[in-house]
Design a protein around this ligand. Sequence first.
Ligand code: ADP
Ligand code: ADP
Ligand code: ZN
Length: 220
Amino acid sequence: MKIILLGPPGAGKGTQAKSISSRYSIPHISTGDIFRKNISEKTSLGIEAKNYIDNGQLVPDDLTINMIKSRLEQEDCRNGFLLDGFPRTVIQAEALDRYLKLKNESLDTALLIDVPRDFILDRMTGRRVCPSCGASYHIKYNPPMILGKCNICGSDIVQRKDDTEATVRERLDIYDSQTQPLIDYYRSKNLLSIVQGTKAINEVFESICNILGRDYNDNN
Ligand code: ADP
Ligand code: ADP
Ligand code: ZN
C-alpha cells in the first residue's frame, strides 16, 4: 500500500497519518518531521533546511528529493509507505513517479484532506507538537490528556516556530501556488481520493478507512 497525503497546512495530515500508519501497518514518512529532526541534530541537511522552514518557504526540490529517496530505500518501506508532506511540487511528484517506475512500482492513492481556508489559521495557531515523536495536538480540538505532555511518549509538547500567523499565511500562499497543482496532477492519473477534513478527527479517519478499505491485514 503506497499512499500520499495531500492537503493544506493544518488539514490534519499528520494527525490522520499516525492512525493510518498504525491501522494499515505502513511507515509514516513526514518530510517535515525528518527536516525538524535534522535541524535539532544540527546535521548539514538540517543547517541547509532551517532558514527555509523558519520562513515558511519550501526547502529546495533537489535536497528534498534526495532525502526522501534515501528514506524510501529503507527496509520498512518494502511493503508500502504513507508519505505526509511529500510531494509538494510537481517536480517532486515527477521525481517520485520516476523513482517508483524504476522499481516497477506505483502509487495506490493520493488522498486529499480538504479543508477550507477559514478553518486553517485557528488550527495552526492552536497546534502543539511533540518534538520527540511528532504527535500533533490542539489546545481546543485535541488537547493532550495531561496538560503540556505528549500522550504517547510523555515529552513536553511545544509550539512550532513556523506556526505563527504571518508564517502560516506565507505557507498557505505557497500551498496555493506550488502544491495545489498536484490535485490535478493526481486526478489526471486517476489516483485522487478526497475526504472532507472539517469533521471531528475520528470521523475523518472513518472516511479515510472507507476509501482505503477495511481489510487492512492483507492490503500490504
Ligand atoms: P497537517 O499535518 O496537515 O499540517 P495536523 O495534523 O498537524 O495538520 O493538524 C493541524 C492542527 O489541527 C493540529 O493542532 C491538530 O490537532 C488539529 N486538527 C487535526 N484534525 C482536526 C480535525 N478534524 N478537527 C479539528 N482539529 C483538527
Ligand atoms: P505542515 O504541518 O504545515 O503541513 P510540514 O511539517 O509538512 O508542515 O512541513 C514544514 C516545513 O518543512 C514546510 O513549510 C517546508 O518548509 C518544509 N517541507 C516539508 N516538506 C517539504 C517538501 N516536500 N518540499 C519542500 N519543503 C518541505
Ligand atoms: Zn511524543
